[in-house]
Write a protein that binds this ligand. Structure first.
Ligand SMILES: [Zn+2]
Length: 131
């Protein structure tokens, strides 16, 4: 949450600039880190002020996810981490089957999935703990 406050700054974009860019039919290309190195997103001139104030929020919205999900997607290397817990209680570091280098929206949808080693799910009471 602290990073959200720090990154939000108010920047005035002259309305004459936004209007002229809109008249010209301009789009602004935003390049951010993505599942295959980088991901391009086009924003409209009237979104420029919002982008300058909080780039992550705007790009996240364009990708159909929340800002928090967008940042987590990047933090986890654009791949979905297995939801299983090891015997020691740590989260498995495996990648969910089919969840390697996926777009942000898919990344969100695949949360809670399991890697190849844990596809059979979490152990039931009385069952041996997962490796
Ligand atoms: Zn796993």
């Amino acid at each position: 949450m602290a990073d959200q406050v720090e990154s939000q700054i108010s920047i005035d974009v002259p309305s004459v600039l936004v209007e002229r860019l809109s008249e010209l039919g301009a789009s602004i290309l935003i390049r951010c880190p993505g599942e295959w190195g980088s991901r391009d997103t086009y924003i409209r001139p009237n979104e420029l002020a919002g982008y300058l104030s909080d780039p992550e929020e705007l790009v996240a919205r364009h990708l159909g996810v929340t800002r928090t999900e967008f940042l987590a997607w990047q933090d986890e290397g654009f791949s979905v981490q297995c939801a299983a817990r090891t015997k020691r209680g740590k989260r498995c570091r495996g990648v969910v089957t089919g969840g390697s280098h996926v777009p942000a929206k898919i990344w969100v949808q695949m949360q809670g999935g399991f890697c190849v080693a844990h596809e059979d799910g979490l152990p039931q009471p009385g069952q041996k703990a997962l490796r």
